[in-house]
Design a protein around this ligand. Structure first.
Ligand SMILES: [Zn+2]
Length: 139
């Protein structure tokens, strides 16, 4: 029997994000008062936030960013990833500002570099779950 990959933890605070992913949209939280972007959901640090989350809403991001940091996994982090090694886990600095942890796909791990322009792609994880991952930016 195949080992199930870890599934996203979907809760009340992030379910809108995951609904967006199912529609191939990368949503981030944006402040209606000052325009600041957040991921994950957070209250705006630029001013008072009453009521809590009151000035924040989910909005489409550009889906683009740059590799801020990464590592190449040559041993699987989880048994379900055994057939995926080597793979890249990266921290992407999104154009809107927030950092986003994900995998880099459609690229050889050894070709990934700091500052590499990337764009979101929605990949099936092998189960029914669609995950936002990133690939080299296609211009
Ligand atoms: Zn704000």
């Amino acid at each position: 029997m195949p080992v199930l990959a870890p599934q996203p933890n979907i809760d009340e605070d992030n379910q809108a994000f995951w609904k967006g992913v199912a529609q191939q949209r990368l949503l981030l939280m944006r402040c209606r008062q000052c325009g600041a972007w957040y991921w994950p959901a957070a209250y705006c640090r630029n001013h008072a936030n009453e009521p809590f989350f009151g000035s924040l809403r989910w909005e489409d991001s550009s889906g683009r960013g740059k590799v801020f940091a990464f590592n190449i996994h040559r041993k699987p982090f989880h048994p379900a990833f055994a057939d995926k090694v080597p793979y890249v886990f990266a921290l992407i600095e999104l154009e809107e500002g927030p950092m986003f942890g994900t995998n880099i796909v459609e690229c050889r791990p050894d070709d990934v570099y700091i500052g590499m322009p990337v764009q979101v792609v929605f990949s099936a994880s092998g189960d029914d779950v669609i995950l936002p991952m990133f690939r080299p930016l296609v211009r």
